[in-house]
Design a protein around this ligand. Structure first.
Ligand SMILES: O=C(CO)[C@H](O)[C@H](O)COP(=O)(O)O
Length: 263
């Protein structure tokens, strides 16, 4: 195990490891984006290598596609796969109703399309993403570059009318240039007070011309697996509440992180 693995990375790893346990032979999978999703791709590659697991994945970003190819996880397009059995992805915040804020990694558009085209979505996250109410994490909104400043003004006007704006809406930058998404769009980050009605906000944001999609995932996630740095996971199911709070067990090991070096 890398000696300097942070407590957060340990938590992400155990959540990913547990989620990959839900994967069955022959499944078509949505592969999320971000550092937690990258652990999931590594754990999936391990099962493909060690158990001969047969799956195909639809990546939600060029980053995830590259990682999957490097590690020998077969990939295809959503148009080829058409419908998926399961998507496993990270999140920036998760509330008690399993509503999410996503898009911290600027991949929310493909992530939402892929998760919506799946029978089931499992979110994997470290314990710090578990919140009572969404909104402390700035809400990402993908907008087309044409007229983005007008779109931003319309978004601000809406947020003021809903009384949820805490301070300015900002254009996400990559150095001294706007960050450009995989779909050649920009990202606005909305700094809000806590979001009282995420369903309403998600709907009205998408009515604004120039807005492509927002990072609120409502009624999409079925199960959340929160990892803890001591190797425990908390599993929360949308239908059954918290169904499990246990340590991730691996064959004959005292140290849950002992085989990280193989990934
Ligand atoms: O939504 C996302 C990318 O658009 C990520 O899933 C989210 O930002 C969580 O990332 P990480 O696992 O690195 O904390």
């Amino acid at each position: 195990m890398p000696a300097d693995l942070s407590p957060i990375d340990k938590a992400k790893f155990v959540a990913a490891r547990r989620a990959v346990g839900y994967v069955e032979n022959g499944m078509k999978l949505g592969l999320g984006t971000g550092s937690t999703a990258a652990w999931m791709v590594r754990c999936l590659a391990e099962r493909i290598r060690d158990e001969g697991l047969r799956v195909v994945g639809v990546p939600t970003s060029t980053r995830t596609a590259e990682l999957a190819r490097q590690l020998g996880v077969p990939v295809t397009s959503l148009d080829d796969a058409k419908w998926l059995d399961l998507t496993i992805d990270g999140a920036d915040e998760v509330d008690q109703g399993l509503n999410l804020i996503k898009g911290g990694g600027a991949a929310l558009l493909q992530e939402k399309i892929v998760a919506t085209a799946s029978d089931q979505m499992i979110v994997i996250a470290d314990w710090a993403k578990d919140v009572a109410q969404l909104g402390a994490f700035p809400l990402p909104v993908e907008v087309i570059p044409f007229g983005w400043q007008t779109t931003k003004a319309l978004v601000e006007e809406l947020l003021v009318s809903l009384d949820v704006l805490s301070h300015d809406v900002t254009l996400r930058m990559n150095g001294d240039r706007p960050l450009v998404t995989d779909e050649a769009n920009y990202i606005l980050d909305l700094h809000l007070r806590r979001i009282g009605n995420p369903r309403q906000l998600a709907m009205v944001l998408n009515q604004i011309p120039g807005v492509v999609e927002n990072g609120l995932f409502i009624d999409i996630c079925d199960i959340v697996i929160f990892g803890h740095s001591d190797g425990r996971v908390t599993v929360r199911d949308i239908n059954e509440g918290t169904v499990e709070d246990s340590r991730v067990l691996m064959a004959g090991e005292d140290n849950i992180f002992a085989d990280l070096g193989d990934l």
